[in-house]
Design a protein around this ligand. Structure first.
Ligand SMILES: *Cc1c(COP(=O)(O)O)cnc(C)c1O
Length: 358
């Protein structure tokens, strides 16, 4: 959304949303569902807002192809709260974690407060530039935890293990971005602000039989999943506006081919950009090819060309490219290619990379 000037928004998060979601949300700020009131000033228990939550929950299940064996919750505290809420609920004795980046590491750190944590594999020794392939999951573990897309390092899991242990995945930065057998997971969580909606709501999708696995310890009401589910995600005041915007953004995903449509869009964007990087004499991708993320593409100047950075940055600025700066732990550039980013924005960036070759 802007005042006429087309900005290419590559921000890693909070990040680009569909124009559709923004326009619909603006209408509801002014007059929500014909109530004559702003959505910001009505009760979360009012009929039209309860309908929004019901629709948003149904959209999540529809997009992910999940049955009524799952509950959909809209919680607060960000994905970072899930880092401790998951082990607090489900870590009785031992959990297995895959360490693929900064967010995995944070999840591991929090879990250690509740029980024994086995880090089955890690790519930390090479600054997380790949996803480990071979690893073992003890079948007496309470759960296996992984991060599907490593937002900071630009790597993405292309396959998930077959395991008898409940699989819990942090999908904050690639939820709704591609087809997947989501029923493989017992629980999925995502901070909305990467690929789902605005900051302020966390999506939790949980298989109902997980409630039987809750650890035998005191769990504060607000941190119990079942209680939220039993209350239709309205145990307390939910993040009303972020849920609304997320609902519209999910509608947009559905109207544009669902996750299959997004996968096609996202592959086209990622292939265009990685191809340009691979053919450039100046740049190099930081992630190993087979682990490359279709959501966050990280690249740097080859060391002998670092002096060109200023020129490149100026060209990006001139082309209204925004949010391209890499995370400090990788440096260089990170182009986030979330669902709502159009191909033309990637083309604008690719034009600059290719112009550099001339
Ligand atoms: C951004 C991010 C987080 C942290 O999310 P918050 O909502 O800020 O707590 C966790 N995991 C992944 C993969 C992320 O990209």
């Amino acid at each position: 959304m802007n005042n006429g000037k087309k900005i290419h928004n590559f921000s890693a998060g909070p990040s680009i949303l569909s124009e559709y979601a923004l326009e619909k949300s603006i209408q509801d700020i002014q007059n929500f569902a014909g109530t004559g009131l702003s959505v910001l000033e009505v009760s979360h228990r009012s009929k039209p807002f309860v309908e929004v939550v019901d629709q948003a929950q149904a959209l999540v299940k529809q997009l992910l192809g999940l049955s009524d064996d799952y509950d959909v919750l809209f919680l607060q505290g960000g994905a970072s709260t899930q880092f401790f809420q998951v082990p607090q609920n489900f870590l009785q004795s031992k959990a297995v974690y895959l360490n693929t980046g900064t967010w995995s590491k944070k999840a591991i750190k929090e879990a250690k407060g509740f029980g024994s944590v086995v880090v089955t594999a890690s790519s930390e020794e090479s600054n997380f530039n790949y996803i480990p392939k071979e690893y073992h999951i003890d079948d007496d573990a309470d759960y296996f935890h992984c991060t599907s897309n490593n937002t900071i390092f630009g790597t993405q899991m292309k396959s998930f293990p077959d395991t008898s242990v409940p699989m819990i995945c942090d999908m904050s930065s690639d939820i709704f971005s591609k087809k997947l057998d989501f029923s493989k997971f017992h629980m999925i969580y995502a901070g909305a602000q990467k690929n789902m909606g605005p900051a302020g709501v966390t999506l939790v999708v949980i298989r109902k039989d997980m409630y039987d696995r809750v650890a035998d310890r005191h769990i504060p009401s607000m941190l119990g999943y079942k209680l939220h589910a039993e209350n239709g995600s309205m145990f307390n005041t939910p993040p009303v506006f972020p849920i609304l915007v997320s609902k519209y953004n999910m509608e947009w995903v559905l109207n544009n081919g669902g996750v299959a449509g997004m996968e096609e869009r996202n592959s086209a964007k990622a292939n265009l950009l990685y191809n340009a990087i691979d053919h450039s004499p100046y740049f190099v991708g930081t992630a190993e090819r087979e682990s490359r993320s279709h959501m966050n593409a990280c690249f740097v100047f080859k060391s002998e060309f670092e002096n060109l950075a200023e020129k490149f940055d100026a060209a990006c600025k001139e082309a209204n490219i925004s949010g391209l700066k890499g995370h400090r732990s990788v440096g260089g550039y990170r182009a986030s290619l979330y669902n709502a980013l159009p191909l033309e924005s990637v083309q604008a960036l690719v034009d600059i990379i290719e112009n550099f070759n001339k």
